[in-house]
Design a protein around this ligand. Structure first.
Ligand code: ADP
Ligand code: MG
Length: 680
């Protein structure tokens, strides 16, 4: 990989500026692709200008003045053989006044608008033209840049890189891309940095030209290849093999008050099979809110325990971990299986006892929060790590848990944020995925209502009635992302208001700043039906399971993300009672807020909602990538380029089979900056 410092033409300041963009070598520079383009390849006659389009015009300045009405502005008129065009500058330098002197010949570029005196351009770029100035031969690229690095110098730097033929070598067999009607890598780079003037600006900007598609394909292919390699690596690592369970699982199933759905049975079989293998499972178990993932995880745990190994079950919040602990106790205590409980907040004594039983192997199942992967936690023989709400954890945390086993433990990750197919095909290609695609029977669908905050009185009345009839309700406080202190104040205020409003009800409050033991106490009260109304922040978003709760009111629903609303709403509708979720909004909804609420209103299907979320927010948010460390796609777009994703998937298989050298070259080019974290 050629570093910029190896090329004489790059000066020190230039290299320093490029470093600000994260570019240190020629490959990085070549793959720094334009955001958009401007067409300076021909000069348009004033007569032929069209409103709203950008164009280049050449002519002589015939009038120039600084006017003060309605505000200070530099106004000039440029004339060519066909007519006159107004140029308007609302802020300007003395040098511009000079450049726009009457008699000067200029070439200006800008968007055409209609002004009082006919066509005008506001803040066009202007160039003085001499006798011999030629028009550009290719479209002019506009690059993403940083302060201190001008477009002109960036263009120059990239121009130099484009001279280094060796850097643009082809990584793929020609037949492979030709079959897909894609051009070569080198041709694509040249065409994207310096497009032919005949290419449609729109096609370039949509990234739908063959050249853009070639690079998007390459990027997707690199992702597929690297995921596939990680997958292969995993299969070469050994893990403990667990025989099918003969007793524990059937004993558990017999004790349940329900039968598994066929979707649960299907995924349980997939997991059971994985655990009999000699290499570590890495399976993502997806299932919509309330689909019953916990019992499936418990079955996997039992297979592991029956084979004499330990299981760790990790949840992202104390509330959820606590709830899992209780549920596991109720399921496993009758089977005589010892469970340890580990959180950051327990007393030293409890903690030491737990740690000892984990280390000597007495505890077969360990349930906890992030505390599970801390240094002091030593397992006797960790065989399976189960991670609930996996998108809430960072890559490093999952990696740390995996390293607690020797040999490498199996991993089961669970998520209620359904991942649209294109996303799981790309970002999760190194995982096996199981989907629970059906809800347990007997759930009546949740009715969602969108109600203006102006009708709050009515809603309060409704909460009162529901609670007095023996149902339970959640009141979710508005989300205040900017400030935890404000969030706390809001929760306390809401709680006080509710107490004032409903003196006849027993009301609880739970928020993120409470001590874990306090949270647990509040949740236990609510679970047991002692409190009727629970005022809560979004801490209850994941996992909380109180079947008798059938009404939820979410304040300022417009501030929340779609997946978040869906998760919150999933806290009701868990029992047989008909459930309602009321989304209160503040008037003056923005267009996107309106669109989002509409999605939630119309759909109860987590997959449809996630798909919409993907369109509105992009993959980073959905994957929780801010903390996951997965390198994001820069060129390809999973919505637009589905066909390329499919093609890349097929091509990856072919290359890995027959073209090992090409695979390495390709990964070298594309993954040089992506880092090692993909494999987790
Ligand atoms: P999630 O997939 O959201 O984690 P849970 O595992 O918490 O869902 O299950 C939601 C509720 O459904 C729990 O109370 C659980 O005991 C119950 N449940 C799970 N499977 C079934 C089933 N097959 N039939 C009826 N109820 C079930
Ligand atoms: Mg769950």
């Amino acid at each position: 990989m050629t570093q910029l410092t190896q090329i004489k033409a790059y000066t020190k300041p230039m290299i320093a500026n490029l470093a600000k963009l994260g570019i240190s070598n020629l490959q990085g520079l070549l793959l720094h692709l334009p955001l958009r383009y401007i067409d300076e390849t021909h000069v348009t006659a004033v007569r032929d200008l069209r409103m709203g389009e950008s164009a280049q015009v050449e002519g002589e300045i015939v009038h120039a003045e600084v006017s003060y009405k309605p505000r200070k502005a530099l106004i000039a008129r440029l004339e060519d053989a066909s007519g006159q065009l107004t140029l308007r500058f609302l802020h300007f330098y003395p040098s511009q006044i000079n450049a726009l002197k009457v008699g000067n010949t200029l070439r200006v570029y800008g968007e055409v608008r209609s002004g009082f005196f006919g066509y005008e351009m506001v803040h066009p770029t202007c160039k003085a033209v001499g006798e011999k100035t030629i028009v550009a031969e290719t479209l002019t690229p506009v690059y993403p840049t940083v302060a201190g690095l001008s477009q002109a110098s960036l263009r120059k730097a990239i121009g130099i890189a484009l001279q280094q033929q060796g850097e643009m070598h082809e990584t793929l067999p020609a037949a492979l891309y030709a079959d897909l009607n894609l051009p070569s890598f080198a041709a694509s780079l040249v065409a994207l940095h310096h497009p032919h003037p005949e290419v449609s600006l729109r096609a370039l900007e949509n990234k739908s030209t063959a050249h853009w598609r070639r690079l998007a394909f390459d990027e997707l292919l690199a992702q597929q290849l690297s995921m596939r390699k990680h997958y292969a690596r995993r299969r070469s690592v050994s893990a403990p093999q667990f025989k099918r369970s003969k007793q524990l699982i059937s004993a558990l199933l017999k004790s349940l008050p329900f039968a598994l759905t066929s979707a649960q049975q299907k995924v349980a079989l997939e997991i059971e099979h994985d655990l009999t293998q000699a290499h570590p499972m890495q399976r993502l178990l997806q299932g919509d809110v309330g689909s019953g993932k916990t019992i499936v995880a418990c079955m996997a745990a039992l297979q592991c325990v029956e084979n004499g190994w330990q299981v760790a079950l990790m949840a992202p919040t104390e509330i959820l971990a606590e709830q899992h602990y209780r549920k596991m106790l109720s399921w496993l205590q009758p089977l005589d299986i010892k469970i340890a409980w580990l959180t950051g907040s327990q007393s030293k004594k409890d903690r030491d006892t737990a740690l000892a039983s984990i280390a000597n192997g007495e505890a077969k199942l360990v349930v906890g929060t992030h505390a599970l992967f801390q240094e002091a936690v030593r397992f006797k023989s960790l065989g399976l790590a189960i991670i609930d709400e996996q998108h809430r954890f960072g890559v490093h945390q999952r990696l740390a848990l995996r390293q607690k086993g020797q040999p490498e433990p199996h991993q089961l990750m669970m998520s209620a944020t359904p991942i649209p197919r294109t996303l799981s095909m790309s970002y999760y290609a190194d995982l096996d995925v199981s989907v629970i695609d059906e809800l347990p029977p007997g759930r009546s669908p949740i009715v969602t209502k969108i109600v203006s905050d102006a009708r709050r009185e009515e809603i309060l009345q409704r909460v009162r009635e529901a609670c007095l009839q023996g149902n339970q309700a959640y009141w979710v406080c508005p989300l205040i992302e900017e400030s935890e202190a404000l969030q706390l104040a809001t929760a306390n205020d809401t709680y006080a208001l509710m107490q004032e409003e409903f003196p006849e009800l027993r009301i609880g409050l739970v928020h993120g700043r409470m001590k874990p033991s306090e949270k647990q106490a509040v949740m236990a009260e609510f679970s047991a039906g002692h409190t009727q109304l629970l005022v809560a922040t979004t801490v209850i978003e994941v996992g909380v399971d109180v079947p008798n709760a059938s009404l939820m009111v979410i304040e300022h629903a417009e501030r929340m993300g779609l997946s978040q609303l869906h998760q919150l709403r999933g806290r009701v509708g868990r029992g047989a009672a008909k459930s309602t979720c009321i989304l209160l909004y503040q008037n003056k909804l923005s267009e996107t807020a309106r669109a989002r609420l509409k999605v939630i209103y119309e759909s109860n299907d987590g997959f449809a909602i996630a798909q919409a979320d993907l369109q509105i927010r992009g993959p980073g948010e959905l994957l929780g990538v801010r903390q996951s460390g997965v390198p994001m796609l820069k060129i390809a777009d999973l919505e637009r380029d589905v066909d390329l994703l499919e093609a890349a998937k097929a091509a990856a298989d072919k290359l890995l089979q027959s073209y090992p050298a090409e695979v390495e070259r390709h990964l070298d080019r594309w993954m040089s900056t992506a880092g090692e974290l993909v494999k987790v």
